[in-house]
Design a protein around this ligand. Structure first.
Ligand SMILES: CC(C)(COP(=O)(O)OP(=O)(O)OC[C@H]1O[C@@H](n2cnc3c(N)ncnc32)[C@H](O)[C@@H]1OP(=O)(O)O)[C@@H](O)C(=O)NCCC(=O)NCCS
Length: 185
């Protein structure tokens, strides 16, 4: 079931956000906004401030109090087009154990159902390994069928679910052992 086009088989890599891809990223942010989601609206208002916030969030010393430091990456194709984004948190705290986990990802609407999300998580697991993590927790809402497939395809083993404090929905929780080679990488 690949509705947006053929399976994506071009090159893809993760890159930290930087001003050189500003225009490509703002195109993604507009696509989300036009689809009715504010996910990257702050970047449309002020890209420099958005980037500075992402950079501050990557280090314990500059991370806002109460937040866990984490790395943000863009998934970029061979032409410089941004296909998705991902956040890799360096450690868990109780609320992330319940919902959110180590990794949160999104594929731009026009690139979905082409295998991009599966590849995005696989590449992020390599980054997590490089950070020294031995296993990561990845969660999704119980009705997010696509995300659950992505997690399972990348070696996710389901553990006990939780209930979201935000939505009251059941959250599915999966551990991925990084000492085993990932299924989709
Ligand atoms: C969830 C999301 C990342 C999926 O990205 P994607 O690039 O479409 O994923 P893939 O193409 O790798 O799809 C993986 C599998 O899930 C299936 N799938 C993806 N979206 C689906 C959907 N909405 N409904 C049913 N199946 C879906 C695909 O068909 C594929 O299965 P198949 O290989 O057996 O056919 C994307 O829809 C997204 O960014 N959603 C909004 C943000 C989000 O939910 N992030 C995850 C938070 S946990």
């Amino acid at each position: 079931m690949y509705a947006n086009g053929p399976r994506y088989d071009g090159s893809m890599q993760l890159e930290p956000p930087s001003p050189r891809r500003r225009d490509a990223f703002l195109e993604v942010a507009r696509e989300w906004r036009d689809g009715g989601t504010d996910r990257y609206a702050a970047a449309l208002d002020d890209f420099g401030a958005w980037l500075a916030k992402v950079e501050r969030g990557s280090r314990q010393a500059t991370c806002p109090p109460g937040l866990v430091p984490g790395d943000h990456y863009w998934l970029v194709d061979g032409t410089g087009r941004i296909l998705g984004g991902v956040r890799l948190r360096h450690r868990l705290v109780p609320h992330l154990e319940k919902e959110g986990g180590h990794i949160g990802y999104d594929v731009r609407p026009s690139e979905r159902l082409r295998g991009v999300g599966s590849r995005l998580l696989a590449l992020t697991l390599d980054k997590a390994r490089a950070l020294g993590l031995e296993r990561v927790l990845v969660t999704c809402d119980h009705d997010n069928v696509g995300s659950a497939k992505i997690i399972e395809r990348n070696g996710g083993v389901e553990t006990t679910p939780s209930i979201s404090d935000r939505s009251g929905k059941v959250v599915r929780r999966f551990w991925i052992d990084l000492r085993e080679p990932g299924a989709a990488s």
